[in-house]
Write a protein that binds this ligand. Structure first.
Ligand code: 8IG
Length: 273
Protein backbone atom coordinates (compact mmCIF):
# COMPACT_ATOMS: atom_id res chain seq x y z
CA UNK A 1 0.00 0.00 0.00
CA UNK A 2 1.38 3.40 -0.89
CA UNK A 3 1.43 6.12 1.72
CA UNK A 4 -0.63 9.18 0.79
CA UNK A 5 1.93 11.39 2.57
CA UNK A 6 4.58 10.36 0.04
CA UNK A 7 2.68 12.40 -2.55
CA UNK A 8 4.31 15.81 -2.12
CA UNK A 9 1.16 17.57 -3.34
CA UNK A 10 -0.98 15.98 -0.61
CA UNK A 11 -2.17 18.22 2.24
CA UNK A 12 -0.92 16.54 5.45
CA UNK A 13 -3.86 17.93 7.45
CA UNK A 14 -6.32 16.44 4.98
CA UNK A 15 -4.56 13.08 5.26
CA UNK A 16 -4.80 13.38 9.06
CA UNK A 17 -8.51 14.23 8.82
CA UNK A 18 -9.06 11.15 6.64
CA UNK A 19 -7.12 9.02 9.13
CA UNK A 20 -9.21 10.39 12.02
CA UNK A 21 -12.43 9.62 10.16
CA UNK A 22 -11.22 6.07 9.62
CA UNK A 23 -10.37 5.75 13.32
CA UNK A 24 -13.84 7.02 14.27
CA UNK A 25 -15.42 4.43 11.98
CA UNK A 26 -13.23 1.53 13.08
CA UNK A 27 -13.49 2.32 16.82
CA UNK A 28 -17.11 3.48 16.82
CA UNK A 29 -15.89 6.48 18.86
CA UNK A 30 -16.73 9.83 17.30
CA UNK A 31 -14.25 11.92 19.32
CA UNK A 32 -11.26 11.18 21.53
CA UNK A 33 -10.30 13.55 24.37
CA UNK A 34 -6.69 12.59 25.06
CA UNK A 35 -4.00 10.97 22.95
CA UNK A 36 -0.86 9.16 24.06
CA UNK A 37 2.18 8.07 22.11
CA UNK A 38 3.82 5.27 24.01
CA UNK A 39 7.56 4.98 23.41
CA UNK A 40 10.07 2.37 24.57
CA UNK A 41 9.26 1.22 28.08
CA UNK A 42 5.79 2.75 28.27
CA UNK A 43 3.63 0.24 26.38
CA UNK A 44 2.05 -1.35 29.45
CA UNK A 45 0.29 1.91 30.29
CA UNK A 46 -2.24 1.03 27.59
CA UNK A 47 -3.51 -1.83 29.76
CA UNK A 48 -3.73 0.26 32.90
CA UNK A 49 -5.49 3.44 31.93
CA UNK A 50 -8.88 1.96 31.18
CA UNK A 51 -10.83 -0.50 29.10
CA UNK A 52 -9.65 -1.01 25.53
CA UNK A 53 -12.74 -0.96 23.35
CA UNK A 54 -11.01 -1.23 19.96
CA UNK A 55 -7.58 -2.17 18.61
CA UNK A 56 -6.49 -1.33 15.07
CA UNK A 57 -3.17 -2.13 13.35
CA UNK A 58 -1.77 1.30 12.48
CA UNK A 59 -1.03 0.16 8.92
CA UNK A 60 -4.81 0.04 8.29
CA UNK A 61 -5.05 3.80 8.83
CA UNK A 62 -4.03 6.16 5.98
CA UNK A 63 -0.62 7.79 6.38
CA UNK A 64 0.77 5.46 9.04
CA UNK A 65 3.94 3.50 8.33
CA UNK A 66 4.97 -0.03 9.23
CA UNK A 67 6.75 -0.13 12.60
CA UNK A 68 10.51 -0.05 12.04
CA UNK A 69 11.41 -1.19 15.51
CA UNK A 70 10.73 -4.17 17.67
CA UNK A 71 9.01 -3.08 20.88
CA UNK A 72 6.87 -0.62 18.95
CA UNK A 73 3.73 -2.67 18.54
CA UNK A 74 2.18 -0.65 15.76
CA UNK A 75 -1.30 -0.70 17.27
CA UNK A 76 -3.79 2.10 17.74
CA UNK A 77 -6.23 1.61 20.59
CA UNK A 78 -9.31 3.34 21.78
CA UNK A 79 -9.61 3.28 25.56
CA UNK A 80 -12.52 4.23 27.77
CA UNK A 81 -11.35 5.81 31.00
CA UNK A 82 -13.20 5.36 34.29
CA UNK A 83 -14.16 9.06 34.20
CA UNK A 84 -15.91 8.57 30.86
CA UNK A 85 -13.20 10.21 28.75
CA UNK A 86 -11.80 8.51 25.67
CA UNK A 87 -8.10 8.04 25.08
CA UNK A 88 -6.44 7.25 21.79
CA UNK A 89 -3.25 5.29 22.32
CA UNK A 90 -0.73 5.29 19.53
CA UNK A 91 1.76 2.43 19.80
CA UNK A 92 3.29 3.25 16.43
CA UNK A 93 5.94 5.92 16.09
CA UNK A 94 7.78 6.88 12.92
CA UNK A 95 11.22 8.23 13.75
CA UNK A 96 12.95 10.98 11.80
CA UNK A 97 16.00 8.73 11.33
CA UNK A 98 13.89 6.36 9.21
CA UNK A 99 14.23 8.95 6.47
CA UNK A 100 10.57 9.14 5.37
CA UNK A 101 10.35 12.85 6.06
CA UNK A 102 8.84 14.94 8.85
CA UNK A 103 5.26 14.68 7.56
CA UNK A 104 5.28 10.98 8.33
CA UNK A 105 6.95 11.58 11.71
CA UNK A 106 4.17 13.88 12.92
CA UNK A 107 1.22 12.23 11.20
CA UNK A 108 0.12 10.39 14.35
CA UNK A 109 0.05 13.67 16.29
CA UNK A 110 -1.96 15.44 13.58
CA UNK A 111 -4.32 12.49 13.41
CA UNK A 112 -4.74 12.59 17.20
CA UNK A 113 -5.67 16.27 16.97
CA UNK A 114 -8.12 15.50 14.16
CA UNK A 115 -9.85 12.88 16.36
CA UNK A 116 -10.60 15.71 18.78
CA UNK A 117 -7.80 15.20 21.32
CA UNK A 118 -6.97 18.35 23.29
CA UNK A 119 -4.14 16.81 25.31
CA UNK A 120 -1.19 14.98 23.76
CA UNK A 121 1.01 12.86 25.99
CA UNK A 122 4.35 12.08 24.37
CA UNK A 123 6.57 9.45 25.98
CA UNK A 124 9.93 8.05 25.01
CA UNK A 125 12.98 6.14 26.16
CA UNK A 126 16.04 8.37 26.30
CA UNK A 127 19.53 8.93 27.64
CA UNK A 128 20.14 11.01 30.75
CA UNK A 129 22.78 13.69 31.20
CA UNK A 130 22.20 14.41 34.90
CA UNK A 131 24.66 12.07 36.60
CA UNK A 132 22.45 11.26 39.57
CA UNK A 133 19.64 9.93 37.37
CA UNK A 134 19.25 6.18 37.62
CA UNK A 135 18.38 4.05 34.58
CA UNK A 136 14.71 3.14 34.89
CA UNK A 137 13.64 6.58 36.20
CA UNK A 138 10.84 8.56 34.56
CA UNK A 139 11.41 12.31 34.16
CA UNK A 140 9.24 15.15 32.89
CA UNK A 141 10.26 17.08 29.79
CA UNK A 142 10.31 20.79 30.66
CA UNK A 143 11.43 22.12 27.27
CA UNK A 144 13.37 20.94 24.24
CA UNK A 145 16.25 21.76 21.91
CA UNK A 146 15.59 20.58 18.39
CA UNK A 147 18.91 19.46 16.91
CA UNK A 148 17.44 17.74 13.86
CA UNK A 149 17.61 20.82 11.59
CA UNK A 150 14.09 19.85 10.57
CA UNK A 151 10.61 21.16 11.35
CA UNK A 152 7.10 19.86 10.82
CA UNK A 153 6.01 23.40 9.97
CA UNK A 154 5.94 24.27 6.32
CA UNK A 155 6.20 27.76 4.87
CA UNK A 156 6.08 30.94 6.92
CA UNK A 157 4.36 29.33 9.89
CA UNK A 158 5.58 31.24 12.94
CA UNK A 159 4.47 29.42 16.04
CA UNK A 160 5.21 30.34 19.64
CA UNK A 161 6.78 27.50 21.66
CA UNK A 162 6.70 29.13 25.11
CA UNK A 163 5.40 26.63 27.70
CA UNK A 164 5.39 23.96 24.97
CA UNK A 165 5.46 21.25 27.64
CA UNK A 166 2.55 22.44 29.74
CA UNK A 167 3.44 23.67 33.21
CA UNK A 168 -0.09 22.81 34.30
CA UNK A 169 0.34 19.18 33.25
CA UNK A 170 3.82 18.94 34.79
CA UNK A 171 2.39 20.19 38.07
CA UNK A 172 -0.44 17.70 37.82
CA UNK A 173 2.11 14.89 37.29
CA UNK A 174 4.01 16.11 40.35
CA UNK A 175 0.83 16.11 42.41
CA UNK A 176 0.90 12.35 41.83
CA UNK A 177 4.66 11.80 42.19
CA UNK A 178 6.21 14.82 43.95
CA UNK A 179 9.84 13.75 43.39
CA UNK A 180 9.55 13.62 39.57
CA UNK A 181 12.55 15.47 38.18
CA UNK A 182 12.45 17.33 34.88
CA UNK A 183 14.84 18.29 32.13
CA UNK A 184 15.38 19.76 28.70
CA UNK A 185 15.09 17.17 25.93
CA UNK A 186 17.57 17.37 23.04
CA UNK A 187 16.37 15.65 19.92
CA UNK A 188 19.23 14.32 17.82
CA UNK A 189 18.58 12.83 14.42
CA UNK A 190 20.13 9.46 15.27
CA UNK A 191 20.01 6.54 14.73
CA UNK A 192 23.53 6.35 16.15
CA UNK A 193 23.75 7.34 19.79
CA UNK A 194 25.75 10.49 20.50
CA UNK A 195 29.48 10.68 20.88
CA UNK A 196 30.60 11.73 24.36
CA UNK A 197 31.57 15.10 22.82
CA UNK A 198 28.05 15.57 21.46
CA UNK A 199 26.65 14.77 24.88
CA UNK A 200 28.95 17.44 26.38
CA UNK A 201 27.68 19.87 23.74
CA UNK A 202 24.08 19.05 24.66
CA UNK A 203 24.93 19.62 28.32
CA UNK A 204 26.70 22.92 27.58
CA UNK A 205 23.71 24.30 25.69
CA UNK A 206 21.29 23.41 28.47
CA UNK A 207 20.19 19.86 27.67
CA UNK A 208 19.51 17.12 30.22
CA UNK A 209 17.94 14.35 28.14
CA UNK A 210 19.06 13.00 24.75
CA UNK A 211 16.72 11.21 22.39
CA UNK A 212 15.57 10.71 18.83
CA UNK A 213 11.87 11.61 18.91
CA UNK A 214 9.33 13.87 20.60
CA UNK A 215 10.57 17.42 19.80
CA UNK A 216 9.27 17.38 16.22
CA UNK A 217 6.04 15.76 17.45
CA UNK A 218 5.61 18.38 20.17
CA UNK A 219 5.97 21.21 17.63
CA UNK A 220 3.25 19.64 15.47
CA UNK A 221 1.04 19.09 18.52
CA UNK A 222 1.37 22.77 19.43
CA UNK A 223 0.58 23.78 15.85
CA UNK A 224 -2.61 21.72 16.17
CA UNK A 225 -3.49 23.49 19.42
CA UNK A 226 -3.01 20.62 21.84
CA UNK A 227 -1.69 20.84 25.38
CA UNK A 228 1.39 18.66 25.76
CA UNK A 229 2.80 16.45 28.48
CA UNK A 230 6.22 14.98 27.71
CA UNK A 231 7.84 12.21 29.72
CA UNK A 232 11.10 10.34 29.20
CA UNK A 233 12.12 7.05 30.67
CA UNK A 234 15.85 7.37 31.33
CA UNK A 235 16.97 3.94 30.15
CA UNK A 236 20.68 4.78 30.17
CA UNK A 237 22.99 7.59 31.05
CA UNK A 238 24.16 9.32 27.87
CA UNK A 239 27.43 8.31 26.22
CA UNK A 240 30.45 9.37 28.25
CA UNK A 241 28.26 10.12 31.29
CA UNK A 242 27.90 6.41 31.84
CA UNK A 243 31.31 4.76 31.79
CA UNK A 244 30.32 1.70 29.74
CA UNK A 245 29.33 1.63 26.04
CA UNK A 246 25.63 1.93 25.20
CA UNK A 247 23.90 -1.17 23.92
CA UNK A 248 20.44 -1.36 22.42
CA UNK A 249 19.82 -4.61 24.35
CA UNK A 250 20.65 -2.87 27.63
CA UNK A 251 18.26 -0.08 26.74
CA UNK A 252 15.45 -2.57 26.01
CA UNK A 253 16.21 -4.40 29.26
CA UNK A 254 16.05 -1.22 31.36
CA UNK A 255 12.76 -0.40 29.69
CA UNK A 256 11.30 -3.80 30.50
CA UNK A 257 12.36 -3.57 34.13
CA UNK A 258 10.86 -0.13 34.64
CA UNK A 259 7.74 -0.68 32.56
CA UNK A 260 5.31 -1.72 35.27
CA UNK A 261 6.20 1.16 37.60
CA UNK A 262 6.25 3.96 35.04
CA UNK A 263 3.13 2.66 33.29
CA UNK A 264 1.24 2.70 36.59
CA UNK A 265 2.43 6.29 37.14
CA UNK A 266 1.28 7.34 33.67
CA UNK A 267 -2.09 5.66 34.20
CA UNK A 268 -2.56 7.65 37.42
CA UNK A 269 -1.70 10.87 35.63
CA UNK A 270 -4.14 10.15 32.81
CA UNK A 271 -6.89 9.37 35.30
CA UNK A 272 -6.29 12.73 37.01
CA UNK A 273 -6.53 14.79 33.80
I1 8IG B 1 16.46 4.52 24.91
O1 8IG B 1 21.40 7.80 24.90
C1 8IG B 1 17.70 5.91 24.26
N1 8IG B 1 17.39 6.65 23.20
N2 8IG B 1 19.87 10.02 21.22
N3 8IG B 1 20.65 8.90 23.09
C2 8IG B 1 19.69 9.10 22.14
N4 8IG B 1 18.57 8.40 22.09
C3 8IG B 1 18.42 7.46 23.03
C4 8IG B 1 19.34 7.21 24.04
C5 8IG B 1 20.54 7.96 24.06
N5 8IG B 1 18.88 6.21 24.79
Amino acid sequence: MTNPLDDASANPFEVAATAAKEIAEKTGVERHDIALTLGSGWAKAAELIGETTATIPATEIPGFSKPALEGHTGLIRSIQLANGKRALVIGARTHFYEGHGVRRVVHSVRTAAATGAKIMILTNGAGGIKEHWKPGSPVLISDHINLTSASPLEGATFIDLTDLYSKRLRELARSIQPDLDEGVYCQFRGPQYETPAEVQMAKAIGGHIVGMSTALEAIAARQSGMEILGMSLITNLAAGIQKTPLSHEEVIEAGKNAEAVISALLAKIVTAL
